[in-house]
Design a protein around this ligand. Sequence first.
Ligand code: HMG
Ligand code: MG
Length: 337
Amino acid sequence: MTVQGLPMSVPSAGLPARVRIHEVGARDGLQNESVTVPTEVKAEFIHRLAGAGLTTIEATSFVHPKWVPQLADADQLFPLVRELPGVNLPVLVPNVRGLDRAHALGARRIAVFASATESFARANLNRSVDESLEMFAPVVSRAKQLFDGTGSPPGVPEAPAPHVRGYLSMCFGDPWEGPVPIAQVVRVCRALRDMGCDELSLGDTIGVATPGHVTALLTALNEAGVPDEALGVHFHDTYGQALANTLAALQHGVTTVDASAGGLGGCPYAKSATGNLATEDLVWMLHGLGIETGVDLGRLTATSAWMARHLGRPSPSRTVRALTGAQPDPSAKESSP
Ligand code: HMG
Ligand code: MG
């Protein structure tokens, strides 16, 4: 399926030797599908992603099932994947209730998810930005007590994925509020760090970032005391900028990149959030730059083609389409529900 010897590996100066891919297809991808994928298919998806070499696979969300019905089976799904060897399986939790559900099932890595803007905090969390930070504080401190210093479950080697991640949405633009000032983003990032989040993931939820903006935000965060080692980038590809933005982040010094197998994704509470950066497109670029990922592109592409058949439409990933000969989906949605 892959083209032998391609992409040709031509390293470029000033880039990391290895990138950790934080795979979000099973969570960010499937939360936005109009069809609810059966639990066993989700479990097989995660097993296949692991088989393709991904070592950080965000499995699901322990949120209110009415808010994200596509992931309402989190309690049934997690036990089907938690024994996967060599894989970290972070899950989203918005509050202590979510953390307790996840912890009871053996989850050892969690992510809280804040917003840089008031409008999205209200739409996604039913709270203001500061009220959501108040909701997260006990989650983060309890998660750190539960997880820090503990070993791995049997068969799972400790990998570098952090225990507590803090997402920040709308870091570059917001569908209700327009451009988001960098200082506003830095303030919430600082609050998440001060709370104890090991890693922050900077979300371009509606895909409006451009590379200079990415560099400016990363520089401002470094100046505010957040080092590149504690940062990941989470780009959506609405305007075709996700790979260019990723390259800017790598050149800056970031080595954790979120991506979604097959380019699945979006956010049910943000209009115009289309698919995430496709993991295959990211891997093609990284391998072309001589950057290690541990991912087998052929197996990953086969997984996304398999999932596309379950979803009844071709993958939006350019790399998946090129490698499988699939045609773009003429009925592709322009915006999320
Ligand atoms: P709320 O209605 O304000 O909740 O929702 P509440 O605290 O008032 O509780 C109401 C009821 O919900 C109670 O039940 C709680 O027990 C229950 P009752 O007593 O009425 O019977 N409840 C729960 N049940 C199960 N699990 C829970 C839970 N919490 C409360 N965890 C809440 C507040 C945060 C819960 C809600 O707004 C919610 O679940 N939001 C989740 C939205 C979401 O998942 N969005 C997508 C993820 S974010 C994203 O995709 C962006 C990202 O990819 C980055 C980017 O691209 O920018 C990360
Ligand atoms: Mg997202």
